[in-house]
Design a protein around this ligand. Structure first.
Ligand code: URP
Ligand code: ZN
Ligand code: ZN
Ligand code: ZN
Length: 465
């Protein structure tokens, strides 16, 4: 099966030209101008449209037992949602409980995707305990093709690791050449501030942010950077929300620490007034680190433009709001904000929100957009140039984007499994007209037309020595 996409504006992280892309089988075989279609090829006219490499979301949660409940999506809903939003590869966090066997947990997480996912997928292996059996288990997981780890410096007593475990995880990562992604918040400060606020009767979702202020995140990043400096490990700070945290990572980079920074789409487009919405609606916007005051947004956009922030992910973590009778997942935290399951669903909307609020407003240019939403993740996580670019030999993962279409986001129409949409009623500029995964059409005219189970596990080699 061949597909020739003609006369589109082809944009990669370092190129932008009007041209054609030829896909044969699962692979891109030619990129240029005036390409001729081989016999039997389907020809798509992309005049007036943008042609992007498939987008990569390097931080999602799909199967997630967390805070006494389970995230709502599975790979059926999440991969279809990702694809209509232009995301062709997901990297999911494996988050075992501290008592769980890492290899068993890894197999469980992988089994949730295999045979079901419509898009390609990979994993970051969560290290939530480190004892004498951990190195062998992690070596087995890396040998299977999962060449990155995840640590939590938050979530005391649940997913969080202590300093000895952090040191040993980073030292092992350095030895194996894998990058360590990290959730950076000082867990002791969080638990002290939570207790203080609750004792003062401050129980609503609007107190989530004050319980994890910017200093807590900044300290978490500094802490990680000290450990990275002393072990030589390569580290990637996930979901960075504020100026202090980015500065802490950049200061470390200037000392020679191998560090990269991710932000997530909610921080770029939402501010702390979301969690202050009345009638407990603020709970829809509770995630950690919290959505910050609006003044952090222009800083994050500048940081994206300058490259201080490398990637824009989602941290998709979907929990239902509920019908309002107390039975919903977010409602578990009515009367105690510390019990609101943390997370915002956004895997479907990341690319279009980034285009709308970044490219269409002139905050970032098209190559920066592609870099942040696809190419950088491919390079950092061992997927490049198979993913993240448009060149002969790359997987035929493509997005034909029509910037002339405007659509309104809503829980009534989204494919994510949650009963609410954090961006309800927001208008976005552009639609993913055509999306392919390894040459197969998964989305046409913005609708999912693909096949569940088409997605493949992406084996990755260590690259961070
Ligand atoms: O609030 C969040 N971020 N929920 C998902 C778990 C995590 O910390 O990434
Ligand atoms: Zn996190
Ligand atoms: Zn510290
Ligand atoms: Zn996360």
């Amino acid at each position: 099966m061949s597909l020739l996409i003609k006369n589109g504006r082809v944009v990669t992280s370092n190129d932008d030209f009007i041209g054609d892309v030829l896909c044969e089988g699962e692979t891109i075989t030619a990129v240029g101008q005036g390409l001729t279609a081989p016999a039997g090829a389907e020809v798509v006219d992309a005049t007036g449209k943008l042609v992007f490499p498939g987008f990569i979301d390097p931080h999602v949660h799909i199967y997630l037992p967390f805070m006494g409940t389970y995230a709502k999506d599975d790979y059926d809903s999440a991969s279809r949602a990702a694809l209509v939003g232009g995301t062709t590869s997901l990297i999911e966090m494996v988050c075992p409980g501290r008592q769980e066997d890492p290899v068993e947990a890894y197999k469980l997480w992988k089994s949730k995707a295999e045979g079901l996912s419509a898009c390609d997928f990979a994993f970051h292996m969560g290290v939530t305990r480190f004892d004498e059996s951990t190195p062998a288990a992690l070596k087995e997981i890396v040998a299977d093709g999962t060449a990155s780890f995840k640590v939590f410096l938050a979530y005391k007593g649940a997913l969080g690791v202590d300093d000895e475990e952090l040191y040993k995880t980073l030292a092992l990562a350095k030895e194996l050449g894998v990058i360590v992604t990290a959730h950076c918040e000082n867990e002791s400060l969080v638990s002290q501030l939570q207790a203080k606020l609750l004792a003062e009767g401050k129980t609503g979702p609007e107190w989530h942010e004050p319980s994890r202020p910017v200093q807590v995140e900044t300290e978490g990043v500094r802490h990680l950077m000290t450990f990275a400096e002393l072990t030589g490990a390569h580290v990637y700070v996930v979901h960075t929300s504020c100026k202090g945290a980015v500065h802490a990572a950049m200061e470390a980079k200037l000392r020679g620490v191998q560090a990269w920074v991710e932000t997530v789409i909610p921080y770029l487009v939402l501010d702390d007034t979301a969690a202050q919405k009345p009638d407990f609606e603020g709970a829809k916007y509770v995630m950690s680190p919290p959505i910050r005051a609006a003044r952090h947004q222009p800083f994050l956009w500048d940081a994206l433009r300058s490259g201080a922030v490398s990637t824009v992910a989602t941290d998709h973590a979907p929990f239902d709001f509920g019908p309002g009778d107390g039975s919903g997942q977010k409602e578990m935290g009515r009367g105690d904000f510390t019990k609101i399951p943390n997370g915002i669903p956004s895997v479907e909307h990341r690319v279009r929100l980034l285009y709308t609020h970044g490219v269409a407003t002139g905050r970032i240019d098209l190559p920066t957009f592609v870099n942040a939403a696809s190419t950088r993740a491919a390079k950092l996580f061992g997927l490049y140039p198979r993913k993240g670019t448009i060149q002969p030999g790359a997987d035929a993962d493509l997005v034909v984007y029509d910037p002339a279409v405007k659509e309104t986001l809503s829980a009534k129409t989204h494919l994510m499994a949650t009963d609410y949409d954090a961006f309800e009623g927001w208008q976005v500029t552009g639609r993913c007209d055509l999306v392919t995964v390894r040459g197969k059409k998964m989305v046409e005219a913005g609708k999912f037309v693909g096949e569940l189970g088409h997605g493949k596990f992406l084996k990755r080699e260590p690259t961070h020595f």
